[in-house]
Design a protein around this ligand. Sequence first.
Ligand SMILES: C[S@@+](CC[C@H](N)C(=O)[O-])C[C@H]1O[C@@H](n2cnc3c(N)ncnc32)[C@H](O)[C@@H]1O
Length: 300
Amino acid sequence: MSDPTRLRIISLLEKDELSVNELQEVTKLGQSRISTHLGLLQESGFLQSRREGKRTFYKLNAIPSSGAGEFIRIAIKGAREMPEYNSDLANLKRIVARRREQAQVYFNQVAGRFDRSYGPGRSWQAFGNLLLRILPPITIADLGSGEGLLSELLAGRAKKVIAVDNSEKMVEFGANKARKNGLKNLEFRLGDLENPPIEPESIDLVILSQALHHAQHPSKAVESAFKILKRGGQIVILDLLQHNFETARELYGDSWLGFPESELHGWLEKAGFKKVEITVVAREDQPPYFQTVLASGVKV
Ligand SMILES: C[S@@+](CC[C@H](N)C(=O)[O-])C[C@H]1O[C@@H](n2cnc3c(N)ncnc32)[C@H](O)[C@@H]1O
């Protein structure tokens, strides 16, 4: 505390975490002088440091209530009486503002195309998992579940998931995988999505993900979904918007070339669903530019 430079450093680090370079810019002192004082202060337990890439940032340790804390308080008070105090404060403000601006420059530049550009750690997978966290503990029927990719994800949070598929192989494979993954609340059942082997009024959420266009009578599947839902339950359909890519029949075994929004709307209303919502949520960027439609309704 006998050195005025140390008082200035303490007073600055009390306000913000700073690197050696920043302290140098604020105080206009030489780097080696600052480093020496920082070393001494850290050795005495007044400071803590953190590395970020090539730079080290210093900040004041939380001021203890003991005698050392009293010294720090006196040092900060003393620093205020020094002739450099006002210019130190002004320089500090400028440097902190510049640091904030630098962080904003990037986001200001990418705003408007940020959602379409790469961002470290951002992915649909991550967003999907975030959304799963807010899934309440409900009973879900995944009709035309396939191997159960979606069912497995949902089973991680749901009370129970019943996955129905009419392909024996799919059901066998899915059930084995669920067992291996220890998902006791995921049950695979062999059955038709037009007449699923599920108790009436027992389900909170029915999902038909890319399954409806395989049904012989899609409207019947929507009616059956209504039957197995409890009051207040919801149906959510992900399917293809109507397209004219005929080859999908051979390539993917599709029975229908997607559906117009109006048709989905009609089936949902006819089955008794309220609050019907239909939105195109995705468009592929390669021919034949399949579009995904999301439809939902509530059994009130
Ligand atoms: C394109 S996959 C979709 C799988 C899964 N829902 C997903 O989104 O990844 C369609 C699945 O529906 C099944 N499927 C087709 N017709 C069905 C029917 N009438 N009843 C039950 N499942 C059916 C197929 O066996 C296949 O597993």
